[in-house]
Ligand binder design. Structure first.
Ligand code: IMP
Length: 193
């Protein structure tokens, strides 16, 4: 089985990637290759931030790797929080998912259009001369209340198209069959098959 480094410290993303890639590749986390640095995401695009993460890890360790940058784009908010999804409510402090969800509910209070989509861009770095990008999206609506306990981030507010429950209620098997991350990872899988 292939052994691939996933350049993330987000354990939720790691678990999802392992489930989605299954027996296609063994996913190795950053601590296994002794990488403990914090990587600053300073770009203003998903592609830019995915590249920063993957290139930083490759340059320091020499291991080909892939990184994911993701976020939630809300149409009524002109695409916000977008690349700033992690620190939407707390720009300089630690990531706080419950503050983020509360801010989103407040900003959408008087909005009838609650359409939104999640994006993941994966950058695979060190496998060939140039970085390779894979983009995945999943479209849906922002709920009016938080529901469900599974997943992470905005999952308790995101209702994917065709369902009447949030990702946090639907659980991992359904989320991983259609999510932005699954779509991007499946494109990567196809590319390297
Ligand atoms: P990053 O890719 O680590 O910068 O993550 C950006 C932020 O987007 C996360 O902190 C979450 O708030 C949000 N996010 C990304 N993917 C998901 C997901 O699958 N579910 C819910 N929120 C997500």
């Amino acid at each position: 089985m292939k052994k691939w480094v996933f350049a993330t410290n987000n354990q939720h993303k790691m678990v999802e990637a392992k489930q989605i890639l299954g027996s296609f590749a063994e996913i190795v986390s950053l601590n296994i290759i002794d990488f403990y640095d914090d990587i600053e995401e300073t770009a203003d695009s998903f592609e830019g931030n995915a590249l920063i993460k993957a290139k930083t890890v490759f340059d320091k360790t020499g291991f080909p790797c892939f990184a994911d940058d993701s976020g939630l784009c809300v149409l009524a908010l002109n695409g916000r929080p977008g690349v700033k999804s992690a620190r939407y409510a707390n720009e300089l402090g630690p990531v706080d998912h419950s503050l983020n969800n509360q801010k989103l509910l407040n900003e959408l209070q008087s909005q009838s259009d609650r359409s939104a989509f999640f994006v993941t861009v994966i950058c695979a770095y060190g496998f060939s001369e140039n970085p390779i990008y894979f983009r995945g999206e999943v479209h849906g609506q922002i709920a009016t209340d938080l529901s469900g306990a599974e997943g992470f981030g905005y999952d308790p507010l995101f209702i994917p198209q065709g369902y009447d429950k949030t990702f946090a209620e639907l659980g991992a098997i359904i989320k991983n069959s259609m999510s932005h991350r699954a779509n991007a990872l499946n494109k990567m899988k196809l590319h390297f098959s």
